[in-house]
Ligand binder design. Structure first.
Ligand code: GTP
Ligand code: IMP
Ligand code: MG
Length: 337
């Protein structure tokens, strides 16, 4: 039996969706559970040439072996969720905790029309901040209060604990990144909740003593969307010259791009209690690494980068992503753990 939490170490969009899809394919967990703030997230999964961009569903929708659960801590936009369920054909696979709080049109409007949020912080405009504020006021609706979600309700902590008791594997998928944590990130340029592993565990009702592994995901070149400090940011022309430009899954906004942040990464590893590190986009660091699946076939330049990060962080780099496709992955867990 084991449980693993996957979190982002920089400012989100590190490729958690890709990494979770790899774990799902390789380990066939009985549950993939989503924590994190809500539909402000956008996870990209590429499997067998098909690309999916999701905001609410856990990144295990392509596998029939896993139940897909959304934890009580995560906000639900029912329209976004139901559209995704239908598009992905996961009507029988996906359940939401009956206590999830519900985003309304009013929250979305407030997010988009409050200058503090849309202009200063540059939020995603998906209603998450105002909904979490209303949740704190204890006046927001929960999933069990709205009939649209009747067919999808579950007790997520119960399902997770029962699966672990049966000796099955559970993958818990975080969203956003540690730099966006309301508590530990670059306040006030952050999201509306903590984004660390402890929060993600709480989101799905996984008690701290039941967490076996925390896998923190970093991308070789960190990115940031929205306002806020980014000490290693490069100018957009340089990013373009290096072929690094990226656009947001939810908002389509151009992502700001920077160099690796060593001190930040160490801080994130410490506070998240990471037991493993995944590094994505190593093919952007050295294009000759695209699609490599054996560590030995990486270039010396890439190996040096990875070994240096492992030394600095003091935690094994167990998964290396060499492209956006699910199988463009080097998995070293058997050797390193
Ligand atoms: P949030 O939950 O919103 O923080 O997102 P995320 O961590 O799931 O990441 P997202 O899918 O938004 O962004 C990652 C982007 O990088 C996507 O476009 C992926 O397809 C892509 N990607 C992931 N891994 C790799 C990789 O190893 N190489 C390359 N070239 N692209 C990658
Ligand atoms: P909010 O979460 O929509 O309130 O946005 C607050 C900040 O977090 C903004 O800078 C957003 O761009 C950023 N943000 C929120 N969710 C994500 C995500 O999933 N990936 C990347 N940035 C995010
Ligand atoms: Mg994203």
């Amino acid at each position: 039996m084991s449980s693993i939490i996957v979190v982002g170490g920089f400012f989100g969009d590190e490729g958690k969706g890709k990494i979770v899809s790899h774990l799902v394919r390789k380990d066939q967990p009985s549950i993939v559970a989503r924590g994190g703030v809500g539909p402000n997230a956008g996870h990209t999964v590429k499997v067998d040439g098909d690309e999916f961009g999701t905001r609410m569903s856990p990144s295990g929708f392509f596998s029939n072996d896993s139940d897909l659960l959304i934890g009580a801590g995560t906000l639900i936009d029912p329209d976004v969720l139901i559209k995704e369920i239908n598009e992905l054909g996961i009507e029988d696979q996906l359940k939401v905790d009956e206590r999830c709080a519900i985003i309304t049109e009013g929250h979305i409007e407030k997010d988009q029309k409050t200058d503090r949020l849309s202009e200063d912080i540059e939020t995603t405009g998906t209603g998450c901040g105002p909904a979490n504020a209303e949740r704190a006021m204890r006046s927001i609706d929960q999933a069990k209060d709205i009939s649209k979600l009747d067919d999808y309700l579950a007790n997520v902590p119960k399902k997770i604990n029962e699966a672990l008791d049966r000796g099955e594997d559970v993958v818990v998928e975080g969203a956003q990144g540690f730099g966006l944590s309301l508590f530990y990130g670059t306040y006030p340029y952050v999201t509306s909740k903590d984004t660390g592993a402890s929060q993600i565990a709480s989101d799905v009702g996984l008690g701290p003593t039941k967490v076996d592994d925390v896998l923190i995901v970093f991308k070789a070149y960190p990115t940031r969307v929205g306002a806020g400090p980014f000490p290693t940011e490069m100018d957009p022309e340089e990013a373009e010259e290096k072929g690094l430009e990226e656009y947001g899954t939810v908002t389509g906004r151009e992502r700001r791009i920077g160099e690796w942040m060593s001190d930040w990464a160490k801080y994130a590893v410490d506070v998240n209690g990471a037991t493993q590190v995944a590094i994505t986009c190593i093919d952007k660091y050295d294009k000759r690494c695209r699609g490599v699946t054996d560590y030995g076939n990486l270039t010396e330049k890439a190996k040096q980068f990875i070994e240096e990060k492992e030394q600095e962080l003091g935690v094994p780099v167990t998964i290396i992503s060499t492209g956006p496709e699910n199988d463009e992955t080097i998995d070293l867990r058997e050797e390193k753990l």
